[in-house]
Design a protein around this ligand. Structure first.
Ligand SMILES: Nc1ncnc2c1ncn2[C@@H]1O[C@H](COP(=O)(O)OP(=O)(O)O)[C@@H](O)[C@H]1O
Ligand SMILES: [Mg+2]
Length: 253
C-alpha cells in the first residue's frame, strides 16, 4: 500500500533529516513509525502525504507515485498532522463539509459519517460552534474526523495520541484497528513505546534520519534479547537514559 524507496530529505546545505530510508507497508496492517523527538518522523510523513518534496528517492501509495500522480495518490490518503491545522473562523460542521467537498463525498454519506464519527468522539454538540473556540483536544478530534470522511485506504497519523484524553485515545486505537479490519491500512508515528507495543502489527524504528529496524515487535525483542520494547528502543537508539543514575532524586536527609 505504501512503498518508500531510498528517501532522503536534506534541510539547508547538508543536514539529512531523513537519510536513505526504504520501507513498505502492506495493505491491512497497522504500522508504527517509532523514534525519539527529532528522529525524522514528521519529515518522512510530510513527504509521504506530498507536503514536502524529497531531496532524493521515491514514494508510492497504492502504486501511484505521489510526485507524478499526485491527486490519485492523495485521494487514497487521510492525513492527521501532529498539530491540528484547521480553518479557525468557520463552524466545525462547515470545516467537515469543506473537506467532504474536496474529496467528493456525497451528501448522504458525509451526513452518516459525520454523525457516527462525531458521536464516537462526543463532538456532536460542538459542530455548530466556531472552531477557534475549540480546545486543543477538540481541534484534534475534528482533524481526526475530517481525515476519515472519505474512508481513506491509507490513514496516516503523526503522533495522534499526544494530547488526547484517555477515553479518546482508547477510541482512536479501536478505530485504527477497525480501519484495518475493513481492508485499509494505518501508518502512524509515535515516541510512546507502550502504545506501539499494544497497537502495531509491525514497527519501524527511525533514529537520526536512518531506519534502524523494521519488523514485528516480537522479532525485535528476539534479535535484541530484551524484555520490553522500551528497553529495546533505548538500546537501539543508543540512549543513555537506561544507565542514568537517578539516586540523587531519592528523598534522603
Ligand atoms: N523545516 C526545517 N528546516 C530545518 N530543519 C528541520 C526542519 N524541520 C525539521 N527539521 C529538523 O529535522 C530533524 C527531524 O525533525 P522531525 O522530522 O520533525 O522529527 P520528529 O517528527 O521525529 O520529531 C530535527 O533535527 C529537526 O530539528
Ligand atoms: Mg514529529
Amino acid at each position: 500500500m505504501l512503498d518508500i524507496k531510498r528517501l532522503t530529505k536534506v534541510y539547508g546545505k547538508n543536514f539529512k533529516a531523513v537519510d536513505d530510508l526504504s520501507l513498505s507497508v502492506k495493505k491491512g496492517e497497522i504500522f508504527g513509525f517509532l523514534g525519539p523527538n527529532g528522529a525524522g518522523k514528521t519529515t518522512t510523513i510530510k513527504m509521504i502525504v506530498g507536503l514536502l518534496k524529497p531531496t532524493e528517492g521515491s514514494l508510492s501509495i497504492g502504486g501511484k507515485d505521489i510526485l507524478k500522480e499526485t491527486i490519485a495518490a492523495k485521494l487514497m490518503i487521510g492525513y492527521v498532522p501532529d498539530e491540528p491545522i484547521l480553518m479557525e473562523k468557520i463552524k466545525g460542521i462547515e470545516y467537515l463539509d469543506f473537506i467532504a467537498d474536496i474529496y467528493g463525498v456525497s451528501l448522504q454519506k458525509r451526513r452518516e459519517r459525520v454523525e457516527k464519527l462525531s458521536a464516537v468522539f462526543k463532538l456532536q454538540n460542538a459542530l455548530q460552534d466556531i472552531v477557534s473556540g475549540y480546545s486543543h483536544g477538540m481541534k484534534q478530534k475534528l482533524s481526526l474526523i475530517a481525515a476519515l470522511l472519505h474512508q481513506p485506504e491509507l490513514w496516516i497519523l503523526d503522533e495522534p495520541l499526544t494530547g488526547l484524553d484517555p477515553e479518546s485515545a482508547f477510541l482512536l486505537k479501536k478505530m485504527m484497528r477497525n480501519h484495518v479490519k475493513n481492508g485499509n491500512t494505518v501508518f502512524f508515528s509515535t515516541h510512546l513505546m507502550e502504545i506501539a507495543e499494544r497497537v502495531c502489527d509491525r514497527i519501524g524504528i527511525i533514529h537520526k534520519g536512518k531506519l534502524l529496524f523494521t519488523g514485528t515487535i516480537e522479532e525485535l525483542k528476539k534479535t535484541k534479547g530484551e524484555a520490553t520494547l522500551e528497553q529495546v528502543f533505548l538500546e537501539v537508539t543508543g540512549s543513555e537514559a537506561e544507565q542514568m543514575d537517578f539516586s540523587y532524586l531519592d528523598a534522603s536527609e
